[in-house]
Ligand binder design. Structure first.
Ligand code: KIV
Length: 287
């Protein structure tokens, strides 16, 4: 199967719903790909989900390159999008292009995601000019947590919603191939989706988007038991399954039921007899 490309995702507007999930390493990328993901996002949510930080502000380009490279080593069929972390696109267009290029060259990503609307148009345009496809991200942009005063739904008021629609149009005109809408009222997401010619991919933005994305660990129930937003649906409880599996392993270790003869390497009888004789003769010579 050939790899999914950014232009193919762009052309999916109004066609089949786009299936996107995060992954942060080799095994989760393999799992996402086997399940048929169209897009794997190496999200800066790696900060919270995998590295245990309170927010996404703690990861830099080095961390994102490290995790993106682990994902692309799985050689997924899905399009791999590397997330540009906080401060990797806030200094200058030159600095932004250099950081985006690291996600592509060292990480192996085929596209990058950048949070923000018209305010980020100069850096988004610079990355597009460097021939790197860009996915936009509007609404509840976690890198703005301190400015938003928490993780709050965005675009509830007319003015904010109108600004978001204008941002989406500007990003589309600039040339992004898709836009993530996070933490947005469903009616606003529907209007954005109708107003732009690129696919919208929702997370906490209702059913009217052109696709949906969730954090892999939320879908699998693999989180550390922290607060789970209302838009998350968990399809498994792998954390409980994992605890159960480990408890059974430890019980078998305690009882001696693990390892069995089948799980053990054996020396041929003949060699063992020779070894025993050798050890015994050396021991009696020492006495
Ligand atoms: O980092 C991330 O996981 C994201 C998704 C929530 C869209 O940006």
């Amino acid at each position: 199967m050939s790899r999914v490309t950014a232009p193919e995702i762009r052309a999916r507007k109004g066609e089949a719903k786009i299936r996107m999930v995060t992954a942060y390493d080799y095994p989760t990328a393999k799992i996402a790909d086997r399940a048929g993901a169209d897009i794997i996002l190496v999200g800066d949510s790696v900060a919270n989900v995998v590295l245990g930080y309170a927010d996404t502000l703690s990861v830099d380009t080095d961390v994102m390159v490290h995790h993106t490279a682990a994902v692309t080593r799985a050689e997924p069929n899905a399009l791999v999008v590397g997330d540009m972390p906080w401060m990797s696109f806030h200094v200058s267009p030159e600095d932004t292009v250099r950081n985006a290029a690291r996600l592509v060259r060292e990480g192996g990503a085929a596209a990058v995601k950048i949070e923000g609307g018209r305010k980020r148009l100069d850096v988004i345009t610079a990355v597009l000019d460097a021939e790197i496809p860009v996915m936009g991200h509007l609404g509840l942009t976690p890198q703005s947590v301190n400015v938003m005063g928490g993780y709050r739904v965005q675009g509830k008021r007319v003015h904010a919603a109108y600004e978001m629609i204008s941002d989406a149009q500007a990003l589309t005109d600039a040339g992004v191939f898709a836009i993530v809408l996070e933490g947005v009222p469903d009616r606003v997401a529907q209007i954005v989706t109708a107003e732009v010619s690129v696919p919208t991919i929702g997370i906490g933005a209702g059913a009217g988007c052109d696709g949906q994305v969730l954090v892999m660990h939320d879908v699998l129930g693999l989180g550390g038991g922290e607060y789970v937003p209302k838009f998350v649906r968990s399809y498994a409880d792998l954390a409980s399954d994992a605890v159960d599996a480990l408890e059974r392993f430890f019980a078998d270790v305690e009882s001696g039921a693990f390892p069995s003869a089948d799980e053990t390497y054996h020396m041929p009888d003949e060699s063992f007899e020779i070894l025993k004789d050798l050890v015994e003769s050396e021991t009696s010579a020492d006495r």
